[in-house]
Design a protein around this ligand. Structure first.
Ligand code: GLA
Length: 693
């Protein structure tokens, strides 16, 4: 007689149900949209019992939270251990279960091998967080440990994940489910442009705003693996875990945290769950009420050519535009005249700054801005005092191929972490700095989890010593954006591309996993430094205004017209930032290929702004309507296009939006949508909405 015990854990929109059979490892028999309270779990389990057929074992092996190696499970195992040259195949039994309405954990043990496995689940808002740990009596090698494994939905034809490169982050790709595995593996030592640790499984017919979607993001900044597998019997499993080098011999291993969301309102529900969790629970705000300050960053204005007089002039103009934080980027330390030297020498270059940084900080503060500074602590150039003093601090072989002429410091070494802590702590103690842009501009020579643990330790120590200093995670743009680093940082630099056409698309995709409040977006130079494209100021300004706004051009090059447009957009940004940055952004489905649209809704549902970005010439002569989402169907809204001046001369009809405010029900807006004016490519329509009944 089988003995089955059932456990369930719910967020507002998802439920996971586990069965423990005969004390064996728990098996998620359901992961999907929220079940009703009191639903009959044994009946659910019975309904899911599969038949048997020929060509298979006489019993179906469970797809447990850690698919076993001990029996010939017909798919990827969730764990791979060895002791020297001997492979270990533990058989875990459940020893104890801890259960509450917001947490569930299973303690499992193989007494013969002396190895324990623990699967933990926590509810955080609408996100479920899963983590697995291994503890062994003797030191063993762990080759693979997946976070607790869940079944993927059956009514799904595709696996969505995202890839990218420098300047081209967050590209969506779809792979059809097929027999076998889809494996994505980040082996560059950081979460990476290439394989950001995120994925979604849309059920058939799901869109951005309708249908069932399951999604995952892995809270880890180092190497990782994602496996989506269809087994021969048709079952599907999802695994995520850290990629680490097999020489990691230890008593304890931790899979890292996997964040899970399920939505029955399309990707919108995923965006809402993840945006809220990251912004409201994960990011370590010193003061969550502090308005996000408008940035000015000098990198694309002056690069390495620092001079007080130039920067003081730039600061004056940046403040005039509306900047509230001034960031001194790369080039202030060591003898850093280009990117071939000085990383590691975190002391002020007295050739460029004879009186130190204080005069610039004073100037910036006298203009009403705070001061931020660029650093890249994990790196070292061979041409540096640090390398000459400590060649042994390098990670990997000294003869390895460099990346941007630099090497990586071994953050697993306490002496390296102490050196970096002392250098940064001294800088922060002796200067009024409220923000660090923390860069990471090369791929690691080895995939080593200890490097990521080392940077977390360093960040944690610095945050503890300087809790009011905000930190931005940058890695040649978006090379280290993940829910691991965001436990220590407050902003991400989505991309080194300030080209607003590229940004529009990237921002649209990234909003599924990241809140706008932490997503930096800057108005770049008229001619984009990364694409050579010339785009009009209104478009550049509005695209940056969708996220955490900043400027990165040389403001001395702006025309009067550009200044006035940018001032207006910045003033609008400040006037709306509190409710927009604390609301929810839903990337919308568009029936017009030329349009990339999103709605930003206030948390109380009383206000919204609809951004419709036109990135290319439409396929047809007149625009197709834009449908909204997230509104109350029965409510009435007043809508107003706030930038009708951006219409081109070809627009000669009378769409109601151009004429003035419109009043419509939520249902009409979400089904019939809105007709937009004719537009040139590189136009952003900005439509404000207010609930009136
Ligand atoms: C990286 C960053 C840029 C800038 C430079 C400075 O490329 O992504 O924004 O800070 O480094 O060297």
């Amino acid at each position: 007689m089988m003995s089955d015990t059932f456990y369930r854990l719910d967020t507002t929109s998802q439920t996971v149900v586990f069965r423990v059979r005969d004390n064996a490892l728990p098996e998620a028999i359901y992961w999907g949209v929220r079940l009703a309270d009191g639903d009959d779990l044994p009946a659910l389990a019975a309904s899911q019992q599969m038949d048997l057929s020929g060509g298979m074992l006489d019993k179906q092996l469970p797809l447990s939270v850690c698919p076993a190696q001990s029996a010939p499970f017909p798919g990827q195992p969730g764990l791979s251990l060895s002791d020297g040259n001997t492979r270990l195949y533990p058989t875990f039994c459940v020893n104890a279960v801890e259960e509450s309405t917001t947490a569930l954990s299973f303690d499992c043990r193989d007494n013969t091998l002396g190895i324990s496995y623990r699967a933990q689940f926590r509810v955080k808002g609408d996100v479920l967080i899963a983590r697995a740990t291994i503890s062994s009596d003797k030191a063993i090698t762990c080759h693979w440990l997946a976070a607790p494994v869940l079944p993927a939905p059956q009514l799904s034809d595709e696996i969505l994940d995202w890839h990218g490169t420098w300047l081209r982050e967050y590209h969506r790709q779809s792979t059809p489910w097929s027999h076998g595995i889809r494996l994505r593996e980040a082996r560059t030592g950081r979460s990476g442009h290439e394989h950001p640790p995120i994925a979604a499984i849309p059920s058939r017919g799901a869109t951005r705003t309708a249908g069932v979607v399951h999604a995952l993001q892995f809270a880890w900044s180092g190497g990782h693996r994602f496996i989506a597998e269809e087994l021969p019997d048709g079952r599907r499993q999802l695994q995520m875990g850290k990629a680490w080098d097999s020489e990691a011999v230890n008593h304890h291993f931790d899979s890292g945290e996997l964040l899970l969301a399920v939505s029955d309102v399309g990707e919108a529900g995923i965006a809402s769950a993840f945006q809220r969790y990251i912004r409201d629970q994960l990011v370590p705000w010193a003061d969550p009420k502090r308005a996000r300050p408008v940035h000015y960053n000098c990198w694309e204005a002056i690069y390495f050519e620092h001079s007080f007089d130039t920067l003081a002039q730039i600061a004056e103009q940046a403040a005039e535009l509306g900047a509230e934080r001034f960031v001194l980027d790369d080039g202030w330390f060591g003898q850093r005249d280009d990117d071939t030297s000085s990383l590691g020498d975190w002391f002020i270059d007295r050739r460029k700054w004879p009186d130190g940084l204080t005069p610039l900080i004073d100037k910036v503060q006298s203009l009403g801005m705070t001061f931020g500074l660029w650093v890249e602590p994990e790196m070292v150039n061979q041409n540096s005092a640090l390398y000459r003093a400590h060649p042994e601090w390098l990670l990997g072989d000294p003869e390895q191929v460099t990346g941007r002429f630099q090497h990586v410091l071994d953050l697993a070494l306490p002496a390296v972490r102490d050196y970096l802590f002392d250098a940064l702590d001294a800088l922060l103690n002796s200067h009024d700095i409220d923000y660090l842009k923390w860069d990471h501009n090369r791929l690691l020579p080895v995939v080593d989890a200890r490097q990521t643990e080392g940077v977390y330790q360093l960040l944690s120590r610095l945050r503890h010593a300087h809790p009011r200093v905000e930190i931005e995670s940058c890695a040649s743009g978006g090379g280290r954006i993940d829910a691991g680093i965001l436990a220590y940082t407050h902003r991400v630099w989505l991309s080194d591309s300030n080209d607003a056409i590229e940004r529009l698309r990237m921002q649209h995709e990234a909003a599924l996993f990241l809140p706008p409040a932490i997503t930096g977006s800057h108005v770049g130079a008229r001619t984009s430094h990364s694409s050579g494209r010339i785009l009009p100021m209104p478009f550049r300004g509005w695209v940056a205004a969708q996220r955490h706004l900043g400027f990165e051009m040389d403001p001395r090059d702006l025309t009067h017209e550009e200044i006035s447009v940018l001032k207006r957009i910045t003033a609008w940004w400040k006037a709306t930032r509190d409710w927009r940055m604390n609301g929810i952004t839903i990337p919308l489905e568009s029936c017009d290929e030329a349009v990339t649209a999103e709605i930003q809704l206030a948390a109380d549902g009383q206000r919204f702004v609809l951004f419709c970005g036109i990135g290319q010439t439409p396929n047809q002569s007149l625009p197709r309507p834009q449908m909204l989402a997230g509104l109350v169907p029965e409510a009435r809204y007043r809508l107003q296009l706030i930038n009708p001046e951006d219409k081109p001369p070809q627009s000669r009809g009378q769409p109601a939006l151009l004429a003035g405010p419109l009043e419509l029900s939520g249902r009409m807006l979400m089904t019939a949508g809105l007709q937009l004016p004719v537009s040139w490519p590189a136009t952003m329509w900005v439509i404000e909405g207010e609930r009136i009944a």
